[in-house]
Design a protein around this ligand. Structure first.
Ligand SMILES: Cc1cc2nc3c(=O)[nH]c(=O)nc-3n(C[C@H](O)[C@H](O)[C@H](O)COP(=O)(O)O)c2cc1C
Length: 222
């Protein structure tokens, strides 16, 4: 019996120490015990306010449409434009020349060809033949074209000068045989005189959807 008493005392002391240790972290226990703010009266009010503010956002969403505008003489830019439109669930608008470009027109080896003459004249404005489009409802507009002599085809300047891009974000893209997009995006922005024109991007005709999606994801849009 004498041997049992010290053992009981030691066990009692150990139990006490364990209990005290449990009390050492009340803060931590109380942090996890705080009810979620959504269950507090203040939280409920905040939720109601958020619901009230969400209504106009739905209205602006219907005005936040995406459009892909493109000009393509031989189909390469058209293919890229269609991929972007599919990824963005966007509408497509093709700029067609009133006077279609023939193979002879597109011959860059000929210094007297139509395209050579147009590209040598920065004031040339070939007429657009496609029906004009209303830009109402579109807030983001991709603008695609091939590179001709290091620049945008002059018909793209016709397009830039034909519309009011106020309040819209424009994203130039191009295809080429290897040249970069150069100053073409800035040229379009200057000729348009309105809109927020992002830095453009050159793609090869065979660009993958995955690469286009990465580009779209990294666009500096707010
Ligand atoms: C008149 C003309 C000029 C061109 N100039 C260039 C050029 O300066 N640099 C380049 O890399 N490719 C040049 N190209 C090649 C086109 O940019 C390229 O083939 C483009 O992908 C064609 O696009 P599209 O099929 O949509 O018209 C030129 C093509 C033409 C017809």
């Amino acid at each position: 019996m004498k041997k049992i008493i010290p053992v009981v005392i030691v066990l009692s002391l150990m139990l006490c120490l364990t209990a005290c240790g449990g009390k050492a972290a009340p803060g931590g226990a109380s942090e996890t015990e705080v009810p979620p703010s959504s269950e507090t009266p203040e939280g409920t009010q905040a939720d109601e306010a958020a619901e009230t503010e969400a209504a106009p956002a739905e209205n602006t969403a219907s005005e936040g449409g995406v459009l892909v505008v493109f000009f393509s003489a031989t189909g390469t830019t058209k293919g890229v434009a269609e991929k972007i439109a599919a990824l963005e669930n966007a509408d497509l608008y093709e700029i067609k020349a009133a006077q279609e470009y023939t193979d002879d027109d597109l011959n860059w080896h000929d210094s007297a060809s139509r395209t050579t003459k147009e590209q040598n004249d920065s004031s040339a404005r070939p007429e657009i033949g496609s029906e004009p489009i209303s830009l109402e409802g579109y807030s983001k507009i991709y603008v695609g074209y091939p590179i001709w002599w290091g620049e945008e085809p002059r018909i793209m300047d016709t397009f830039a000068e034909s519309y009011d891009f106020t309040g819209k974000t424009l994203i130039p893209f191009c295809t080429s045989g290897g040249s970069g997009i150069g100053r073409s995006g800035q040229n379009l922005a200057e000729n348009a005189g309105a809109g927020i024109w992002l830095e453009g991007q050159r793609f090869s005709g065979g660009v993958s959807e995955a690469d286009l999606q990465s580009w779209i994801d990294e666009l500096p849009l707010n």
